[in-house]
Design a protein. Sequence first.
Length: 261
Amino acid sequence: MLMPNAPLIEARGVTKIYQTKDGPVESLRSLDFSIRDGEFVSVVGPSGCGKSTLLKMVAGLLGVTAGSLTLAGQPIEGPQKDVGIVFQSAVLLAWRTVLDNILLQAEIRRMPKAEALAKAQKLIAMAGLEGFEGKYPWQLSGGMQQRASICRALLHDPSVLLMDEPFGALDALTREKMNLELQRIWLESKKTVLLITHSIPEAVFLSDRVIVMSERPSSIAAIYDIDLPRSRTLDMMGTPEFSVYAKKVRSHFYAQGSLDH
């Protein structure tokens, strides 16, 4: 049982080394961070620095080479049942409707059908997909496909939602709209979110805190608290306060000679 005020996710000295034919390659080096229950945390860093590797380790899909990584006080060893994952691609099955794609989660986890259907309908309403339950993925916009993907990830009511650049393939206007949608869904669902993104404005807009990663072998260059009021509007991106946070994060990439998109 998680103790009061204890972090939901905690990393202490987490290191990841891949064994290759050319010898060991260090991807992540001695990461220390914690994420509280209900917090929205984003991770930004240069391409190839190991952001997605970190997310897979939190999900239990990759092992830790050294250090400790825990979820709700328990070591993460193997795939975790209490997480939901959203990828850059919506990964919806073309021959299944929106509702059936969401219910795929229930089939895999053998959830009671009536309970799963009721939860799916609530999530569809929360995500603004009412009226599209019977549509197929090819009949939806990219943003709507990702909403369905988020619903599928939340169907089993996980404590943690892991998101690996979920809006990276969307155009700029759709991406802004999805940032607003994700904020709304997060505020309603009260889930803990760990978001991997290349977008500095997206990270600042959505997050309570932003973890900045260095070049590989990647370590944590900085962690910034984002003290902006909720709920946030797109107009806030033009304020001096927002600009200060974005410049702080961006300064790390200029210093390293690289800048994310």
